[in-house]
Design a protein around this ligand. Structure first.
Ligand SMILES: C=CC1=C(C)c2cc3[nH]c(cc4nc(cc5[nH]c(cc1n2)c(C)c5CCC(=O)O)C(CCC(=O)O)=C4C)c(C)c3C=C
Ligand SMILES: [Fe+2]
Ligand SMILES: [Fe+2]
Length: 387
């Protein structure tokens, strides 16, 4: 085999407080994050939402040391993966491609071309597929591939999602056991899986498999754990006024408090690194909420980061992918399309009735907000709770 590369895909996060605004602008400029019927509206709306959200978001980043640890952790995962692959007899160069901040996916691709990589494995660091995460990165890569003939000669394969991978499930179960072992009555503790949410219409209209993969994954972790504890799955980090996947984490915590739960072990499920939503949202906001609800023993299972069992799982995924027939970016989108998932036309043009309604609402909101903002200096989006 010739030169082998692994491209790790991730979201990216602002390294410093002054990066928060431009990071948010990049995020909201992505049509997979905010769906609009008119592409020309995307950037003005992204500008509006990001500039109104920056201050609040910066306050949160301040609470975790003034920036996201995501770059540092993802790069450490890359180094550990390289070492593990080497130990298994597979030399490879690892590249990190972030969607919304440095090092950008485009930068990683430029290095891959420069290094004359011949075999490439594309591995998103999201165990479960969502249109808004891995889907967005695949979209971007598809575009880069179409534009560049040098990329077209690389023999590459995509790993769409890996939420059932044995080593990954084991690593998650191990971390939960470690946390439970610190509680006086471990069997009494309630295990609380908190997944990052997505708007409900992603699943119900666009056919995003995210909810199903999260549910399967949670179930399989509980099976691997093989303990008698009760468990709950809920969704965190809702943004904006529309309905997201339910139950919401805050509601579920309050309800458990009302029912008399005393020991809660929170497991972040949709992301493999510490980031703002584990360090700030769970550790600070949800902890406070739990305390108020009478849950006095609130614990959070750490993210996988460079956990050796997890890194071995990633290495196994890469080795299996190199041995299996290759899966192309277009095949992933086609494959999902067949089962009414990830339909590009529908996605771009909003052909379903309710997507139309939602697109219309957003467009209208954008227009009105832009005008009100210009005239009064006060944002409408702020009033409706989007910011
Ligand atoms: C699997 C994980 C994630 C999904 C699904 C996801 C969807 C999603 N996110 C937003 C809006 C925002 N996300 C933000 C930060 C952020 N999101 C994820 C992961 C998922 N997002 C991570 C790991 C991070 C943090 C990175 C870091 O800095 O540590 C933010 C910015 C932070 C803030 O202002 O709150 C926004 C905004 C939407 C709208 C969405 C689905 C459509
Ligand atoms: Fe997000
Ligand atoms: Fe988020």
């Amino acid at each position: 085999m010739g030169r082998v590369g692994v491209l790790l895909l991730n979201l990216g996060g602002p390294d410093r407080l002054e990066d928060v605004g431009p990071f948010l602008f990049n995020l909201f400029s992505d049509p997979e994050i905010i769906r609009l019927p008119f592409p020309w509206l995307q950037r003005p709306l992204a500008w509006l939402i990001s500039s109104r959200r920056t201050k609040k978001s910066q306050e949160n980043y301040k609470q975790i040391g003034g920036g996201s640890p995501l770059r540092r952790i993802t790069e450490a995962q890359g180094e550990a993966l390289k070492e593990q692959l080497g130990a298994l007899g597979q030399e490879a160069t690892i590249y990190v491609g972030m969607r919304y901040w440095h090092p950008y996916t485009e930068e990683a691709i430029a290095k891959i071309i420069q290094d004359k990589i011949e075999h490439l494995v594309i591995l998103p660091l999201y165990p479960q597929f969502s249109i808004s995460t891995s889907g967005s990165s695949f979209r971007l890569l598809e575009k880069l591939w179409k534009e560049n003939t040098k990329l077209q000669s690389i023999n590459y394969t995509v790993i769409p999602s890996w939420h059932k991978q044995q080593g990954y499930l084991q690593a998650m179960a191990d971390l939960i056991v470690q946390e439970l072992s610190q509680i006086a009555n471990p069997d009494e503790a309630h295990i609380f899986f908190s997944a990052h949410g997505v708007p409900k219409n992603y699943v119900e209209e666009a056919g995003d498999p995210y909810e199903q993969e999260i549910e399967e994954c949670t179930y399989l972790i509980m099976q691997t754990l093989n303990r008698p504890n009760f468990y709950t799955l809920a969704y965190q980090s809702r943004v904006g006024p529309v309905e997201w996947l339910q139950p919401y984490t805050e509601d579920a915590i309050k309800e458990l408090g009302t029912k008399g739960t005393k020991d809660l072990v929170v497991v972040p499920i949709s992301f493999v690194s510490e980031h703002i939503e584990t360090l700030q949202e769970i550790d600070i906001e949800y902890r406070e909420l739990a305390e108020e609800a009478g849950i006095h023993n609130f614990r959070r299972v750490p993210a996988l980061n460079t956990n050796p069992v997890f890194i071995k799982a990633l290495a196994d995924l890469v080795i299996d992918a190199l041995e299996a027939p290759s899966l192309k970016l277009s095949q992933v989108t086609q494959m999902k399309k067949k089962v009414k998932i990830y339909p590009p036309e529908r996605w771009e043009w909003g052909m379903t009735t309710s997507a139309e309604v939602w697109n219309g609402r957003i467009a209208m909101l954008g227009f009105i907000a832009l005008i009100i903002e210009l005239v009064t200096g006060h944002g409408l989006l702020h009033m409706v709770g989007l910011l």
